[in-house]
Ligand binder design. Structure first.
Ligand code: SF4
Ligand code: SF4
Length: 395
């Protein structure tokens, strides 16, 4: 099957894949349940894993809070390319008589017994883990952050996977001597919600490799930080791109953290939106009006191949200030005049003070804007256009 492997790899590369590797069901057999491709395709024998790198300059602008939207747009373009590559590979394999499926890029989790919908989920085990597939296929190794690190781009990649019944010749995983993570721990230091513990570790085995990675706080902790329900670091001197603040210290206990995350999700307007990336990720990614709202991912963005650059990236992040929401939907760096305002969504929002006198608008088209921002802006326009603004800000 070496010629088939070559043809499939060149097809992926011709469509823009920066890295492509292949692994087999047997090699993945020692991994956690989400490493098993048979969950999505019972006849699966092989996995084609591919990666596209994020634009490094755009990512630098994102972490230093010079520019927000270009990184979001870059992620959306890459997600579209990953689906395009996956679907081309799937089509080719099917035309050759094999079964094949493209694994959704995100938001497809295995059912959890106690959860009636995604807002009650706490574990978020994917149908198939792109990271485990990529590790086994030789694309990269797991870093301390748990992210997939490549030798060429560090963690600045997005991953895709195709599962197939074809028995393709597998590639070898990256050897220990070439492991791209040097334990600099910058990923721990740039997580605003302290998800990635700097000292405590755990182990995960996939493809005959045992990775020692950070023992993270519960997954709902990242969900809170990455969705943007809380963006402020515990030092209170910097944030990710989220203008939202919980006004409390995140609970240590998993049960309380899970309950908080569920409560926040249930009031999140995103859950009620017709084009909802949580329901149909592919549809959202190809919707021209859908905005790939990204406020965090700092654990990944900090992690470039050179250690010196990672240390510099961490400085950029902790010196980048905190984020605020403007009523045109943009996120900006909060100035001295920023105020914190209560919202009906269990969160405070940081807004430049002068924004609070803008009042209702006639047009209500918010194409490309995140539902929570959209509803909060509407609320601010309705309720903060009067002289009593001063008395109603949280601090
Ligand atoms: S930031 Fe450093 S410790 Fe964290 S995954 Fe990257 S190389 Fe490893
Ligand atoms: S995405 Fe953000 S909140 Fe989640 S672990 Fe990474 S840095 Fe922390």
């Amino acid at each position: 099957m070496d010629s088939a492997k070559k043809r499939l790899k060149s097809l992926a590369a011709s469509l823009g894949a920066d890295l492509v590797g292949i692994t087999s069901r047997d090699i993945l057999a020692d991994g956690p349940p989400s490493a098993d491709p048979r969950y999505l395709l019972p006849s699966a024998n092989s996995v084609i894993s591919f990666a596209l790198s994020l634009d490094r300059d755009i990512t630098q602008d994102f972490i230093s809070k010079k520019k927000w939207r270009p990184h979001c747009d870059n992620r959306k373009a890459i997600a579209q390319s990953l689906y395009t590559i996956g679907e081309a590979l799937t089509e080719r394999l099917r035309s050759e008589g094999y079964e094949a499926v493209t694994v959704d890029l995100n938001n497809n989790y295995r059912p959890e017994e106690a959860a009636t919908d995604i807002s009650e989920m706490t574990e978020f085990h994917p149908d198939f883990s792109h990271r485990y597939g990529a590790l086994a296929a030789g694309i990269g190794r797991l870093g301390w952050s748990g992210n997939l690190l490549t030798r060429q781009y560090g963690a600045l990649v997005e991953l895709g996977s195709v599962l197939t019944s074809a028995a393709l010749t597998p590639d070898s995983p990256i050897a220990d001597e070439e492991h791209p993570c040097d334990r600099c721990k910058m990923c721990s230091l740039v997580c605003p919600v302290e998800m990635i513990q700097p000292k405590a570790s755990t182990r995960v085995t996939v493809a005959g490799i045992t990775e020692t990675i950070s023992r993270k706080r519960p997954n709902t902790c990242c969900w809170i930080g990455c969705t943007g329900y809380e963006g402020l670091a515990t030092s209170q001197t910097w944030s990710n791109w989220s203008p939202y603040r919980l006004g409390i210290t995140l609970p240590e206990e998993k049960k309380e953290l899970d309950a908080l995350c569920s409560r926040l999700q249930k009031t999140d307007p995103q859950m009620q939106d017709a084009v909802n990336s949580l329901d149909n990720y592919r549809q959202a990614v190809f919707d021209p009006d859908w905005f790939y709202y990204t406020v965090c991912g700092f654990c990944r963005s900090v992690c470039v191949p050179s250690r010196e650059d990672r240390l510099a990236n961490r400085k950029l992040i902790i010196n980048s200030g905190t984020a605020a929401l403007k009523l045109d939907g943009s996120h900006v760096v909060a100035g001295d005049n920023a105020v914190k305002v209560h919202t009906p969504f269990g969160l405070h929002v940081v807004v430049p003070r002068e924004e609070l006198s803008k009042g209702p608008e006639k047009t209500r088209k918010w194409a490309g804007q995140f539902p929570l921002d959209r509803e909060v802006i509407e609320y601010l326009r309705q309720h903060f256009n009067s002289a009593d603004t001063q008395s109603r800000v949280a601090d």
